[in-house]
Design a protein around this ligand. Structure first.
Ligand code: 5RP
Length: 219
């Protein structure tokens, strides 16, 4: 089974978590695209929907959803998003699509976070996938130097501007033995908007499709 079909299966399984009257947060990426495509099936249950990126917003609108602003909805009942990597503690690397800042805000504001992935995303230790770091443009060289000191290899994502008007440094070869500590430490660097380590607010549920079955585990 190809990876797209696995993503579709994980996405469809996430529909089971949608209760009547839910305020739903929707992440970004190709797994989430599959989720959005399936969302019309439960349209009547959704009281409000909030998007983590302009891409997600336009896809939701194309499906006929009116997208709300987090500032108006208050906290989110359920947040559904993919990941680039996930470990057994439900900690993740996210931001491959560059939407990490709004994704982290929605994750923080959500009562329940469902992570939908195919089994290729499961890892023992986070860090093989480069960690995206959103930086304000004038700080990019300073921040890059701090990551070099931490033995990472920062590469500017050329020609990419985030939904917030910022830039992305992709940090390769970063060793991440303690994800919550590293997330906290790097988030404090001046000029960093968001680090793509999602560990202090891990997912609550992992939905993993491996081609044979969809496994659901709760933290
Ligand atoms: C975007 C993300 C995505 O969740 C992550 O990149 C996974 O994407 P995909 O579902 O396309 O594999 O964090 O910023």
């Amino acid at each position: 089974m190809d990876q797209t079909e696995k993503k579709r299966q994980a996405a469809i399984a996430a529909l089971d978590y949608i209760d009547d009257g839910v305020t739903l947060g929707v992440g970004s990426g190709t797994t989430v695209h599959q989720f959005i495509d399936a969302l019309a099936q439960v349209r009547d249950k959704i009281a409000a929907v909030v998007a983590s990126s302009w891409d997600t917003q336009s896809r939701l609108e194309a499906q006929g959803f009116e997208v709300s602003d987090l500032a108006d909805t208050g906290d989110i009942d359920l947040y559904v998003d993919g990941a680039d990597e996930a470990n057994k503690h439900f900690q993740m690397i996210k931001g491959g699509g560059g939407a990490l800042t709004r994704e982290k805000v929605l994750a923080a504001a959500s009562r329940r976070f469902i992570c939908i992935i195919d089994d290729s995303k499961l890892v023992g230790t986070l860090g093989a996938f480069p960690v995206a770091v959103e930086v304000i443009p004038m700080a990019r060289s300073y921040v890059a130097r701090q990551f070099i000191r931490a033995r990472g290899q920062p590469i500017l994502r050329e020609g990419f501007v985030t939904d917030n008007g910022n830039q992305i440094l992709d940090i390769h070869n970063l060793s991440i033995p303690n994800p919550p500590e590293m997330e906290s430490r790097f988030s404090q660097l001046a000029g960093v908007v968001t680090v793509g380590i999602f560990a202090n607010r891990p997912a609550d549920v992992m939905v993993v499709a491996d081609g044979k079955a969809v496994r659901r585990s709760e933290r």
